[in-house]
Design a protein around this ligand. Structure first.
Ligand SMILES: [Ca+2]
Ligand SMILES: [Ca+2]
Ligand SMILES: [Ca+2]
Length: 282
């Protein structure tokens, strides 16, 4: 039994680029990488992703994936009967269909997975149903999923600057969020590894790269959503975050979630988005 079994919660918390340190621009915390190297993790420099720049959701670094069959893998999970994950995904501009996340069993089959086809993101579960969200190109989306043998997979995808969805709802009016109801069970399944990237081996063309950030996985608690517009990373979004946002426009990277509009670019429009979000609770 691995040590994590005694820790109770963390499986591989914050494996991806979570820390606000230069050393976080690395992929070495992952068990393995296919088609990706350290240079695929990097910091934004004011250039839009569509023009070759890096994007990230929080802190310093994001992971850029510019072609199919490029991914990282975490082998830490072992005989997991529950698995909870949160990560941020920047949709870029792609054609074709690719899994962007897989939690796999010992036979290398997906227990549950997330697919992006350039127009929708879909959550699927082995032997169960699916739930899809229409997504925009070049926007950040949070994926937050809880899976267990007994309960199947549930969770939410939200992004593109969406305000919180009013429950109960399966889709907000502007298709910027779905709340995924538990769709079946997979009582005999166990999670043995997870993969993150553009996992398809054929059929995917990348015009603008996709990015991943802030991957966090646990057994018994759900990794929280990071507060949108909390540019200085202190847990709340308020007028004080304008300073961090202006500093980033000036070239000093913010510590928190500075891309308030979630469009992959930090500029003056994010100040307006920040002001509009003050007072929201989520
Ligand atoms: Ca980051
Ligand atoms: Ca703040
Ligand atoms: Ca923005």
């Amino acid at each position: 039994m691995k040590q994590k079994a005694f820790l109770g919660t963390a499986i591989a918390a914050a494996l991806l680029l979570g820390a606000n340190a230069a050393s976080a621009c690395a992929i070495s915390a992952w068990s393995s990488a296919t088609g990706l190297v350290a240079a695929d993790a990097g910091e934004p420099n004011g250039t839009a992703p569509s023009a070759g720049g890096f994007s990230r959701y929080s802190g310093r670094c994001g992971l850029r994936v510019n072609a199919q069959n490029k991914f990282v893998q975490d082998n830490t999970p072992q005989n997991e009967t529950s698995y909870r994950v949160r990560f941020y995904y920047f949709t870029g501009d792609i054609t074709g269909t690719s899994d962007v996340f897989r939690a796999r069993n010992g036979s290398a089959a997906s227990v549950f997975n997330v697919t992006h086809d350039g127009a929708t993101m879909t959550v699927s579960q082995i032997g169960g149903g699916t739930d899809s969200l229409t997504v925009q190109d070049n926007r950040w989306y949070m994926v937050q999923l809880d899976w267990s043998q007994a309960g199947g997979v549930s969770g939410r995808i939200r992004g593109a600057g969406a305000v919180p969805c009013t429950a109960p709802a399966t889709s907000c009016t502007n298709n910027e969020e779905i709340i995924i109801a538990s769709n079946g069970t997979s009582a005999t399944q166990q999670v043995q590894d997870v993969q993150l990237g553009l996992l398809a081996t054929t059929g995917v063309t990348v015009t603008t790269p996709v990015f991943f950030d802030e991957f966090d996985s646990r057994r018994t608690t759900t990794p929280p959503r990071l507060r949108r517009c909390d540019a200085n990373g202190n847990g709340t979004a308020n007028a004080l975050d304008i300073t961090a946002l202006i500093n980033e426009i000036g070239g000093t990277l913010a510590a928190g979630q500075v891309d308030c509009s979630e469009n992959g670019v930090v500029n003056a429009l994010d100040i307006t988005a920040l002001i509009n979000t003050i007072g929201q609770t989520d």
